[in-house]
Each structure stands twice: as C-alpha cells, then as structure tokens.
Design a protein. Structure first.
Length: 82
C-alpha cells in the first residue's frame, strides 16, 4: 500500500476556507496468469474486491492516524462511500 498525507484547504462555494488533512492511498497488485486471458480474469477479480481494499484503507486510518475518530469526533469520509 502506498499512503500519502497532505495538508489541504477546503472551500465549498463562498464559505470560509477550512484547513484539512487529505489521506490518499493505493494498492498495487501483480496480475497473475501466463496468458492475457488469465491476466484479464485476475484483473477482474482484483477490481471486484475493491470494497475490501477501501475497508483496509479506512481501518488503517482509523487505527493508526485517527484513533479519536472512533470516539465520536467529526471526521469526513471519502465522497465515494457516501
């Protein structure tokens, strides 16, 4: 897993700019198989399991970087999961 942490400014419309922290990451998988057909099949399986990867990413952030989020403080999640 590759993880990046960046300071950003968030502004919605004309509202005040709010400082925030942006966590982004990606997971790399080798494509298994000896033929293109096998590799495409493996790629489809990896893509089909994207929700597990998102959960792994969220769990990592919640446990290692944002433990106070588990105690009721406001933390915004990805727009892809809303």
């Amino acid at each position: 897993m590759n993880l990046a942490i960046n300071q950003v400014n968030v502004q919605v419309g004309e509202q005040e700019i709010t400082p925030a922290i942006l966590f982004s990451g990606n997971l790399n998988y080798p494509l298994l198989g000896n033929t293109n057909t096998e590799k495409i099949q493996d790629l489809r399986q990896v893509i089909g399991n994207w929700q597990n990867d998102v959960k792994t990413f969220q769990d990592l952030l919640g446990e290692k970087f944002l433990p106070s989020a588990n105690q009721g403080q406001l933390v915004s999640s990805s727009v892809f999961l809303n």
